[in-house]
Design a protein around this ligand. Structure first.
Ligand code: AMP
Ligand code: MG
Length: 330
């Protein structure tokens, strides 16, 4: 299959919209990461998403909308908490999980009675969704287990020849996936942390909004149990910013014949060793994280990352870093 590279012109957006309605896959930018879009009302199209990504079919998909009225087409009801989130944080980088309507097939939700819904903040994303004119399922547009793509070129790296088109839009500003907020139980819970933090949600809803990340607790967001975000070279993660420890770890790898790189907050502390700046703010770390991993895996054979921020936003970055490193914390 030849993958079309489409631009944000009226003509190309019409083509993208028609491809979606014809049951084809189209990748598109959002503010978080690039998504791999399919018509949520077309079971065969949705199923082909899992094939293109190599994604396990028990990992459900988020349904994307551009207009708030579409939410009631797919969710059974909107609870008072959901209404607050919809009114105050949508469009935005938050996904809400609500009881699903029957038009949402089990293949989208992996058999769960609930559906995850998001309205992206990105104007380009909403423009595409408007031209599609149907709710659109969209996981991140990468091969399953790989770092999510935050530029259209990274989408092409994984998806060229496997999908009908890529809408070549802007680079993603947020860089990590949306916060997944489960609003189906007695209390709201975060199933995946993101740029919309627990603190922001607690303040809005006037109650605690815990982050459920313990892998031993019942996994209600099936996606969190898989290998994820991994570069194709080994990766180690340090959470202390201990320069000596990092330098020693690096030198030991070199002595073993490796060609490692330090992905760190202060590259200037490591002399002549290979280094790469992880980002000077949490926002910059998140924005460039997956891109950095995809860049460094091509030049080096071992990534040693260090991240020591403790802000409210740091949790969501740590959540990705730890899994990128396959839990290899040094
Ligand atoms: P991705 O498509 O890679 O952004 O991942 C989507 C995330 O949303 C995964 O962690 C899914 O498990 C989660 N998700 C999607 N639908 C549901 C749902 N109905 N209930 C709980 N989590 C969901
Ligand atoms: Mg993903």
């Amino acid at each position: 299959m030849q993958t079309k590279l489409l631009q944000f012109t009226d003509e190309d957006l019409r083509i993208a919209g028609q491809l979606i309605r014809d049951g084809k896959l189209v990748a598109f930018p959002t503010e978080t990461v690039y998504g791999l879009g399919a018509n949520a009302l077309d079971v065969a199209a949705v199923k082909s998403t899992y094939v293109a990504k190599g994604r396990p079919s028990d990992n459900p998909l988020i349904v994307h909308v551009w207009h708030k009225e579409q939410i009631l087409d797919i969710a059974e009801y909107i609870s008072p908490d959901a209404e607050k989130v919809i009114d105050n944080l949508m469009p935005g980088s938050v996904t809400i999980v609500l009881p699903k309507k029957s038009v949402i097939d089990d293949c989208i939700t992996a058999g769960l009675p609930t559906v995850a819904i998001r309205m992206p903040l990105s104007v380009q994303a909403r423009e595409f969704l408007r031209y599609a004119d149907v709710p659109v399922t969209a996981p991140s547009a990468n091969t399953s287990s790989r770092p999510s793509p935050t530029t259209w070129q990274r989408v092409a790296e994984d998806m060229d020849g496997k999908i009908s088109a890529i809408l070549c839009g802007e680079n993603c500003q947020v860089g990590i996936e949306s916060t997944v907020l489960d609003l189906t139980g007695d209390e709201p819970r975060i199933l995946r942390p993101g740029v919309v933090t627990s603190e922001m949600l607690s303040e809005l809803l006037g109650k605690p909004v815990p982050v459920i990340t313990d892998p031993k607790s019942k996994v209600n967001s099936p996606g969190v149990k898989y290998k994820h975000y991994a570069p194709n070279v080994p990766m180690a993660l340090d959470l202390t910013a201990d320069t000596q420890k990092l330098a020693d770890y690096y030198d030991k790898l070199v002595a073993e014949g490796r060609n490692p790189v330090l992905l760190v907050e202060h590259p200037e502390l490591f002399g002549a060793r290979n280094t790469w700046q992880i980002g000077q703010t949490d926002q910059a770390v998140a924005q460039n994280l997956f891109e950095n991993l995809r860049l460094l895996e091509k030049q080096y054979d071992y990534i040693i990352a260090s991240y020591s921020s403790h802000t409210e936003f740091a949790d969501s970055i740590l959540n990705r870093l730890i899994r990128s490193a396959s839990h290899h914390v040094i």
